[in-house]
Design a protein around this ligand. Structure first.
Ligand code: FAD
Length: 527
C-alpha cells in the first residue's frame, strides 16, 4: 500500500480541487458568453443585432442540425459586416466566437450555422442596389445576400439574364458562389462560379477587399467554391447575356443506362444543341407518364398511354430550348433535328412550352405545392456526388441496380458537364476527367417514420453509396461536401489541400468564418 499515492486524504483534496477548477472554468465561460452580447452592442452598426428569437438561424433545409447562435447581425451596410468581423478578430484566439454568413439557409448539414457564435443574416444586406451595365459584355452588380430569383426579374427588365443557374432560384448569390452553382446550363457556360467577373469580400480580419482575376486574384479564386472559408461575399459582378422569352421543355425516357448517357454526352459535346441538359433516374414509379400529362403533352397520346413504368428503372433525359416567339418555326425545326439523333423510347416523348421565368423558377412551383401539404420542412438527407465519366457505368450498376433497386426517396439527378468550362484555380474540388457527372440524391425523409422512408434508413443508404465509391476507388468527389474530421477534408481536397489551407491562413488566420463547414476549428490552425 505504501506505493499508492491516492490515499483517502489525497483523493478528497484532488476532488475538491477539480470541483473548484471546473466551477472556475464554468464561470469564465459564462462570463465569456454573457460578455459577448454586450461587447457586440457597443458596435455602431447601421443595422442591428438580435440576441433573442434567433431560432431561424439554427435551422436549414436539411432539418438535421440545430446550433443556436449567441447573436444575429442584420446588416444594412458592408461596414456593419466588416466592423463585426474585425471586432471578433480583435478578440483574438482566446475567444471562441465565430461568424457565419447565412444566405437563404438552404444548406443541408448546418453549414450556415454558428454554435454560440454570430450569424450574419445576409438577406438584410440590400446594398449595393442592383446596378446593370448594358453593353457588349453586360453584367450586374448585386449584393452577396441577393436571391437569384430577384436578379432574374430585374435583369429581364433590360432584356438580359445571368447565363448559369441552379435548379432552384430562392438561394443567395453568396451561398451558391461558395459552392459552385451547377444546373443544366453548366455544360455550356460552366457553373455560376465561372460566370463572375468581380467580388467584394470581407476577410476574416474584417478587411473589405475587391478582387477579380486581375486584382487580388488569389482571394478571388479562393472564395469561389471556397465554402465561405476566406471571406464574406458582400458584392458580386455577374455576367449576363440577352434573354429569351420562351422555352420548349422536353422529356424522353430510356430503359438502358448506356444509351441514355451516350445521348447525354453527345448533346453536351455538340456545338448546336439544347440550352439546358439534365437527367433523372426514375425507380419503380407508378403511372409516370400519366403524371407528366398535367404539365407536358405527349407526342403520341395512344402509345404513351400504353407505356408501363411500374417495377422498372427508367432514365429521363430532360432538355430545354430557349426561343423567341417570332422564331417558332426555326426553333421547331432545330428541335426536330436534334431529337432525330437521339435513341430514346419513341412513345415517351413529351413536350411543353413555358415562359423563360416559369422554366427557371420551376422548383418553386413544386415548393408551393409541397408547402401546402406540409412536406417542404421535413429532413432532407441529400447526397451530391461528382463522378468521372469512365466510372459512371460501374457506379450505376451498383447504386441503381443494387443499393437503390426498389425505390428512391426523392428525385435522383444524373447529368454530365464539361470540365473545360470550370476554372481550375477556384476552390471547387472536381474529379480528374474532362467530363464528369453530377449525381444528386435529393431525398426527403418522413419525420415520423422508422421505416424505409425514415431519416435513419436514408442516411444508411447514403453511407452505403459513399462506402462503395471509396472501396471501388471511383475517384468520386462530394459536391456540397460534408465531413466529420479534418483527415476526411484533407482526402477530399487531395493535392489541393495545401493551397486551401494556405489561403485560410492568409485570409482568415483565426478560423473565424463559416464554422458550420467543420473544416477548421478556431484557434487550432496548424501550419
Ligand atoms: P446558405 O445555406 O445560407 O450558406 C451556404 C454556405 O455558404 C455556408 O457555409 C455559409 O456560411 C456560406 N455563405 C452564405 N452566404 C455567404 C456569403 N455571402 N459569403 C460567403 N459565404 C457565404 N446547388 C446547385 O449547385 N445546383 C442546384 O441545382 C441546386 N438546387 C438546389 C435546390 C434546392 C431546393 C436547395 C435547397 C438547394 C439547392 N442547391 C443547388 C444547393 C445550394 O446551392 C446550396 O445549398 C447553397 O449553399 C444554398 O444557398 P443559400 O443562400 O441558402 O446558402
Amino acid at each position: 500500500m505504501s506505493f499508492n499515492i491516492f490515499t483517502h486524504t489525497n483523493l478528497l483534496f484532488i476532488r475538491s480541487f477539480m470541483i473548484m477548477l471546473l466551477s472556475f472554468i464554468a464561470i469564465q465561460l459564462n462570463l465569456c458568453f454573457s460578455n459577448i452580447p454586450s461587447s457586440l452592442t457597443t458596435l455602431n452598426v447601421n443595422g442591428h443585432f438580435s440576441f433573442t428569437n434567433n431560432e431561424f438561424a439554427a435551422k436549414d433545409y436539411g432539418n438535421q442540425y440545430q446550433f443556436l447562435p449567441l447573436a444575429v447581425l442584420h446588416p444594412k451596410s458592408v461596414s456593419d459586416i466588416a466592423m463585426t468581423v474585425k471586432h471578433v478578430w480583435e478578440l483574438g484566439p482566446s475567444s471562441t466566437l465565430t461568424v457565419a454568413a447565412r444566405g437563404h439557409g438552404h444548406s443541408i448539414q448546418g453549414q450556415a450555422q454558428a454554435h454560440h457564435g454570430v450569424v450574419i443574416n445576409m438577406e438584410s444586406l440590400k446594398t449595393p442596389k442592383m446596378h446593370f451595365e448594358i453593353g457588349d459584355s453586360p453584367y450586374v452588380d448585386v449584393s452577396g445576400g441577393e436571391l437569384w430569383i430577384n436578379i432574374l426579374h430585374e435583369s429581364l427588365k433590360y432584356g438580359l439574364t445571368p447565363k448559369s443557374w441552379t435548379d432552384y432560384l430562392h438561394l443567395t448569390v453568396g451561398g451558391t458562389l461558395s459552392n459552385a452553382g451547377i444546373s443544366g446550363q453548366a455544360f455550356r457556360h460552366g457553373p455560376q462560379i465561372s460566370n463572375v467577373h468581380q467580388l467584394e469580400v470581407v476577410t476574416g480580419k474584417g478587411e473589405v477587399v475587391t478582387c477579380s482575376a486581375q486584382q487580388n486574384a488569389d482571394l478571388f479564386s479562393g472564395v469561389l467554391g471556397g465554402l465561405g472559408q476566406y471571406g464574406i461575399i458582400t458584392r458580386a459582378r455577374i455576367s449576363l447575356e440577352p434573354a429569351a422569352q420562351m422555352v420548349k421543355w422536353i422529356r424522353v425516357l430510356y430503359s438502358d443506362f448506356s444509351t441514355f448517357t451516350r445521348d447525354q454526352e453527345h448533346l453536351i459535346s455538340s456545338e448546336n444543341t439544347f440550352d439546358y441538359i439534365e437527367g433523372l433516374v426514375l425507380i419503380n414509379r407508378t403511372g409516370l407518364l400519366n403524371n407528366w400529362r398535367s404539365s407536358f403533352n405527349p407526342k403520341d397520346d395512344d402509345q404513351a398511354s400504353q407505356f408501363k413504368s411500374e417495377g422498372r428503372t427508367l432514365f429521363c433525359l430532360e432538355m430545354a430550348k430557349n426561343f423567341n416567339p417570332k422564331k417558332i418555326v426555326e426553333t421547331n425545326e432545330e428541335i426536330e433535328s436534334l431529337l432525330s439523333k437521339l435513341n430514346y423510347i419513341p412513345s415517351t416523348l413529351f413536350m411543353t412550352e413555358v415562359t423563360y421565368v416559369e422554366f427557371l423558377d420551376r422548383v418553386h412551383t413544386a415548393e408551393i405545392k409541397l408547402q401546402e401539404k406540409g412536406l417542404w420542412d421535413v429532413p432532407h438527407p441529400w447526397l451530391n456526388l461528382l463522378i468521372p465519366k469512365s466510372k459512371i457505368h460501374k457506379f450505376a450498376d451498383e447504386v441503381f441496380g443494387n443499393i437503390l433497386a426498389d425505390t428512391s426517396n426523392g428525385p435522383v439527378l444524373v447529368y454530365p458537364v464539361n470540365k473545360s468550362k470550370w476554372n481550375n484555380m477556384t476552390s471547387a474540388v472536381l474529379p480528374e476527367e474532362d467530363i464528369f457527372y453530377l449525381v444528386a440524391f435529393l431525398s426527403q425523409a418522413n419525420p415520423s417514420s422508422t421505416g424505409k422512408d425514415g431519416l435513419e434508413h436514408i442516411l444508411s443508404l447514403n453511407k452505403r453509396i459513399l462506402d462503395y465509391c471509396e472501396e471501388a476507388q471511383l475517384g468520386v468527389k462530394q459536391y456540397l461536401p460534408h465531413y466529420a474530421t479534418q483527415d476526411e477534408w484533407r482526402a477530399h481536397f487531395g493535392q489541393r489541400w495545401e493551397t486551401f489551407e494556405r489561403r485560410k491562413f492568409a485570409y482568415d488566420p483565426l478560423a473565424i468564418l463559416a464554422p458550420g463547414q467543420r473544416i477548421f476549428q478556431k484557434g487550432v490552425l496548424d501550419l
